[in-house]
Design a protein around this ligand. Structure first.
Ligand code: XMP
Length: 324
C-alpha cells in the first residue's frame, strides 16, 4: 500500500539515480510546490543543489524574508536571493495589458535566472546540468489537454517555461505524479513548517496580476498592506484552511468617499476568496457579512489610498481565480 513515507524514499532514490554526481538548480517561487521539490532534492543530493529565488518586487508583505529565512537559515540549503525588483518594475512601468505583463515577467524571470545560473556555474564546482521544477500532475494534464484541443490559451502561465531548452539542462520533476494535497502531505513528511505547507498558492507573476492597469511601487505598497490585513482577518476568523486562495486586488479606479469632514478620492480594493480542489474550477467563498464588514473597515481605516472595498462573488467558470 501507498504511503507518503514510501513515496519519499522512492523519490529520493529516483533523484539520485537520475542526477548521479551532477548538480541541480532549483527556482524557488515562495510556493509550496517548489519548496517541497527543493527540500526533497536537498535530502537526496545535499549541497549539490542550489536554489535560486528571483525577487521580482511583486511579492506580498514579508514574503521574501520568510522564504529566504526558511531555506537559508532553517534548512541550510544553498540559496541565491536575486534582487531584481528594479529590473522588473522598470520594465513593467506603464504596461497594463495582462498578457503583456506576463510576457515581460516571464522573459525577465528567464534572463535573471540564467544570469544567476552562470554565476553558480562559475563557482569552481562544475556547471549544474539539471533544472528542478515543482510541476504537479494537474500541470501535466493541463498542458496535455491544451495541446490536443483548440489552440486557445486563457492565460500564459509563466513558471520557468522554456528554460530547460534554452539552458540545455535536463529536467528533474519529482512531484509530477502528485496532486496539491499530496504535495502538502509530502511537505509535512519532510518537516516543512505547518504554516508553510498550508500556504495558499501564489501565482508566478505575483502582485502584477492583482493590480489591473499600470503598476507602480506606490500601488504595490497599498496592495500589500490591504492584502496583509485581509489575510490577518481570515486567519483570526479561523477560515484560512477552508479557503483555497484569498487575496486583495487593487483596482485602477478611484471613487469618492468622506472621511471626517473631508472628501476623499482614493482607490477601490476588491477582495477575492475561493474554494477549489485543483484551481481548475472554483467557487467564491461565502463569508458572512460581519466578516466582510470587519475586513473592509480595517482596510479603509489602516491603508492610506483605499476608501472603498468590494467583494468578488464570481465563481470559475465563468470567472478566473485571478483578475488577470
Ligand atoms: P486562474 O486565474 O487561471 O488561476 O483561474 C488558476 C490558478 O493558477 C494560478 N495562476 C498562476 N500561477 N503563473 C503561476 O504560477 C501564472 O501565470 C498564473 N496565473 C494564475 C492562480 O493563482 C490559481 O491558483
Amino acid at each position: 500500500d501507498w504511503t507518503m513515507g514510501a513515496f519519499r524514499g522512492e523519490a529520493i532514490a529516483a533523484i539520485r539515480r537520475k542526477v548521479g554526481d551532477g548538480r541541480v538548480l532549483c527556482g524557488l517561487s515562495g510556493g509550496v510546490d517548489s519548496a517541497v521539490a527543493a527540500v526533497l532534492i536537498h535530502e537526496a543530493i545535499g549541497d549539490r543543489l542550489t536554489c535560486v529565488f528571483v525577487d521580482h518586487g511583486l511579492l506580498r508583505l514579508g514574503e521574501a524574508e520568510e522564504v529566504v529565512g526558511l531555506f537559508r537559515d532553517h534548512y541550510n540549503i544553498p540559496l541565491v536571493h536575486a534582487q531584481a525588483q528594479a529590473l522588473f518594475l522598470d520594465a513593467l512601468a506603464g504596461v497594463s495589458d495582462p498578457e503583456e505583463k506576463r510576457k515581460i515577467i516571464g522573459r525577465l524571470f528567464v534572463s535573471t535566472f540564467e544570469a544567476e545560473a552562470k554565476k553558480i556555474a562559475a563557482d569552481g564546482r562544475g556547471a549544474p546540468e539539471f533544472l528542478a521544477q515543482g510541476t504537479l500532475y494537474p500541470d501535466v494534464i493541463e498542458s496535455v489537454s491544451f495541446s490536443g484541443g483548440p489552440s486557445v490559451t486563457i492565460k500564459s502561465h509563466h513558471n520557468v517555461g522554456g528554460l530547460p531548452e534554452r539552458m540545455n539542462m535536463k529536467l528533474v520533476e519529482p512531484l509530477r505524479e502528485l496532486f496539491k494535497d499530496e504535495v502538502r502531505e509530502l511537505g509535512r513528511e519532510l518537516g516543512l513548517p505547518e504554516a508553510f505547507v498550508r500556504r495558499h498558492p501564489f501565482p508566478g507573476p505575483g502582485l502584477a496580476i492583482r493590480c489591473p492597469g499600470g503598476i507602480t511601487p506606490e500601488k504595490l505598497e497599498i496592495l500589500r498592506q490591504a492584502d496583509a490585513i485581509y489575510l490577518d482577518e481570515i486567519k483570526k476568523a479561523g477560515l484560512y484552511d477552508d479557503i483555497w486562495q484569498a487575496f486583495a486586488v487593487l483596482l485602477p479606479v478611484q471613487t469618492v468617499g468622506v472621511m471626517g469632514d473631508g472628501r476623499t478620492y482614493e482607490f477601490v480594493c476588491a477582495l477575492r476568496a475561493v474554494t477549489s480542489v485543483d484551481g481548475m474550477t472554483a467557487d467564491f467563498f461565502p463569508f458572512d457579512m460581519a466578516f466582510l464588514g470587519r475586513a473592509a473597515t480595517r482596510i479603509i481605516n489602516e491603508v492610506k489610498g483605499v476608501n472603498r472595498v468590494v467583494y468578488d462573488v464570481t465563481s470559475k467558470p465563468p470567472g478566473t481565480i485571478e483578475w488577470e
